[in-house]
Design a protein around this ligand. Structure first.
Ligand code: BES
Ligand code: MN
Ligand code: ZN
Length: 500
């Protein structure tokens, strides 16, 4: 797909599909007015007749005879000023899907002139780019009948040619985010018989090959034994697949600059282990490596944008299996930090591998550490599929991430990390238990992690509800979240540096 931004002449677009926003009960936008004139009042007529009302998400393709414009797509935007950021994104995805269905090969989008309260042109360009990529996304690697995609060129109109420079930058960022999301979705959607810890390590190697500023270190089980990563190895011991600790370093700034560390949960399949999940709850557990996939996607975007910042991506990758060699409830594991853990549930495996990864992360002397994990079912109960759960030991970091989530339309919502909750993970036999009972499951999971994150500013994103849609067995698909949030956070950080 070739994206571009430019100030276009509506009357010289030839075969290109013209995507035009129409408000409900309102004057036409400048481009709609121009088209209406060319079509001798046809659009006003459609509105008057009620054939098209401009209601949100209403889409109508016109193929006027005897006009230079071959294909016009009217896109309902609702009442002027009523579109929210997520509403805008949904609208573009709907229009994009409709566009693909018409088999058009090129389109020019004039939705940059639609008013979204508090959002500027750069924001709209990024969102349009990401949303069209979403609409185009297919995962048909294992399908015998593949749907061909005809759309090849997508142009975003900028009302004023003076904005070209800013528009180009916005497009570049939008494309980098879309490419990171694409990688994340593809890895996440792969089944666990293909996407094993070893496979994830190979993908990291590919990425390191693609970008000069990325370098890779992989720790094997014997290396992890030397480091005494008893928690991570405990989770992995029931699996026939070897565990890997994947460490990717992106060096975009002076080597003395402390890096941002991103740690991604990479459980390539979560059966629950000997605390086996019920069969229904196991479907979707190939997505338990979405955190890992989002770290790879974010690093890809950062490398593509050549960000002047240092980043380290750490991925503990394991498979959680039951069986005679698997770890068991009431086993006591000694983590790399030296802290001991009583296993109450082998299904609370994510925090165990992340605990050791957090300790390992200390050697990079990170500026901040953000872990991304499909950690708890409880976060889906609390926030559903719309916001990632955010918990941090540093308020400024939490605020930066919340802000990046709003800006990127990939929102998070903060939960507290109060001492009172720490009580719930007490164990009579070890320094802590790996579960904290039914109440506040997302918070007690973060309490557990916080005990391995005392040496740095740290935030945790629980993406169990946002990284993949798992409504039913036939409706499952990775979303690529929270790559947009993370890339925006890095972009904001780069800008802050530039200012200070
Ligand atoms: N990978 C799951 C969390 C999950 C659940 C992700 C649903 C996506 C959808 C995690 O390893 C897990 O099993 N968590 C347990 C923790 C419990 C045993 C304390 C859970 O949430 O039930
Ligand atoms: Mn689990
Ligand atoms: Zn899990």
């Amino acid at each position: 797909m070739k994206f571009s931004v430019k100030t276009t002449d509506l009357n010289k677009q030839g075969k290109t599909c013209l995507m035009i926003g129409i408000y409900e009960n309102k004057e036409l936008t400048p481009s709609a007015k121009l088209i209406d004139k060319t079509l001798q009042g046809h659009i006003q007529q459609l509105l008057k007749r009620g054939t098209f009302s401009g209601k949100k998400n209403q889409i109508l393709s016109l193929y006027p005879a005897n006009a230079a414009m071959e294909h016009i797509m009217l896109i309902g935007c609702g009442k002027e000023g009523s579109l929210t950021p997520t509403g805008f994104r949904k609208l573009i995805i709907a229009a994009g899907k409709s566009l693909i269905a018409t088999k058009a090969s090129a389109a020019t989008c004039y939705l940059t002139e639609v008013d979204i309260p508090n959002q500027d042109l750069a924001w709209k360009i990024k969102q349009i780019t990401e949303a069209i990529s979403d609409a185009l996304y297919q995962f048909d690697l294992f399908k015998s009948d593949k749907e061909p995609v005809f759309l090849k060129e997508f142009t975003i109109d900028t009302p004023d040619s003076k904005q070209q420079k800013m528009a180009n930058l916005a497009l570049k960022q939008g494309e980098a985010i879309a490419n990171g999301v694409f990688l994340t979705k593809n890895l996440a959607n792969l089944p666990s018989n293909i996407c094993t810890p070893t496979f994830l390590a190979e993908q990291a190697k590919e990425l390191a090959k693609q970008y000069k500023k990325l370098s890779l270190t992989i720790l094997e089980e014997k290396d992890m034994q030397k480091l005494k990563m008893g928690a991570l190895l405990g989770v992995s011991q029931g699996s026939a697949e070897d565990a890997k600790l994947i460490c990717l370093e992106y060096k975009g700034a002076d080597k003395k600059k402390a890096p941002v560390a991103l740690i991604g949960k990479g459980v390539t399949f979560d059966t629950g282990g000997n605390s086996l999940k019920p069969a229904d709850a196991m479907v979707g557990m190939k997505y338990d490596m979405c955190g890992a996939a989002s770290v790879l996607g974010t690093l890809k975007a950062a490398a593509e944008l050549d960000l002047p910042i240092n980043i380290v991506g750490i991925i503990p990758a394991v498979e959680n299996m039951p069986g005679g060699t698997g770890y068991k409830p009431e086993d006591i594991l000694t983590s790399m930090s030296g802290q001991t853990i009583e296993v109450i549930s082998t299904d609370a495996e994510g925090r165990l591998i992340l605990g050791d990864a957090l300790t390992y992360c200390e050697r990079y002397k990170p500026d901040v550490v953000i872990d991304i994990a499909t950690l708890t079912g409880a976060v889906v109960i609390a926030l559903g599929f719309h916001a990632s759960g955010l918990i941090a030991n540093d308020e400024a970091l939490a605020q930066d991430l919340l802000k990046a989530g709003i800006e990127s339309n990939d929102r998070a919502w903060q939960l507290p990390l109060w001492d009172e909750y720490q009580e719930q993970i007490k164990s009579p036999f070890a320094d802590m238990a790996n579960t904290g009972g039914r109440s506040a499951g997302t918070i007690t999971a973060a309490c557990f992690l916080s005990r391995f994150a005392k040496k740095f500013r740290w935030a945790h994103l629980d993406v169990a509800g946002t990284a993949a849609m798992m409504m039913g067995t036939s409706e499952r698909m990775a979303t690529g979240r929270p790559v947009p949030l993370l890339v925006q956070y890095l972009l904001d950080k780069v800008n802050q540096h530039a200012k200070s």
